[in-house]
Design a protein around this ligand. Sequence first.
Ligand code: PGA
Length: 280
Amino acid sequence: MTTTAPFWLGTSWKMTKTLGEAGAYADALRSAVEAEDVPPDLRLFVLPAATSLAVVHDRLAGSGVTIGSQNAHPGPDLAVTGEVSMDMVRDAGASLVEIGHAERRTLLGETDDMVADKVAAAVSAGLTPLLCVGETAAERAHGETADVLTRQVRTALGRLEAAVPDELLVAYEPHWAIGSNGRAAVPEEVAEGIAVVRDELDRHLPGARTAVLYGGSVNAGNAADLVTGLDVDGLFVGRAAWTVAGLLDLAHRCADALRNRGLRQPNPDLVSAIVRKDQR
Ligand code: PGA
């Protein structure tokens, strides 16, 4: 039995992978889990495209790997052509749903209000929101990072009303650090953002089970520094985990780094709630 807190490590596949590629990734990841090639103190998650959610869920059922959707529509009106609902992604096997990713905000015009609707709808549907927040390069240059993060977190949680989520994950992902045009951050640049997000969560969801992740150009070269240099409960990865070998390499780097830092104490309630939910 491990004595460390579960550390989230996951990847959004974004708009990649055919059904065959998704199934092959899931099979290889399952084999790695069965071969005990995944460090036990890590909580792995994979966010396939909607088209491969069900097949990935089927192939990874019972493996302990958490499956999530990259998006879902908040409804309640179901006459929304081209969208999938929170209930639909849950039915396809998602227990997480990513909300408010930088690419959706900038390329698709997703607003703070839309994000708030999605967070509330996700919680109502019994899904764990993986809320993404982060400032643009221009906002950072103008010294607005803390204000932007405060506004994004506060607005996102603003429609929960009395409903307190079972758990909530927030990924701090500065827009300027994401993707092939992004610049990988060093811990000193993003530690304050993590602290702002944590403060907002404590203020608006006191006592709730929350985890704060970092994302944006996480790779084999910087993962260990991010783990040891930041007060985070996980890393959220894109490109560097689009192969199983990449994900496993990061998993081992994270596990090694976790042993070298002042470990955050495990929250037994969070651990058991997550395990219960995944065993449903
Ligand atoms: P990246 O993507 O790791 O490829 O920069 C991260 C993300 O978008 O979450």
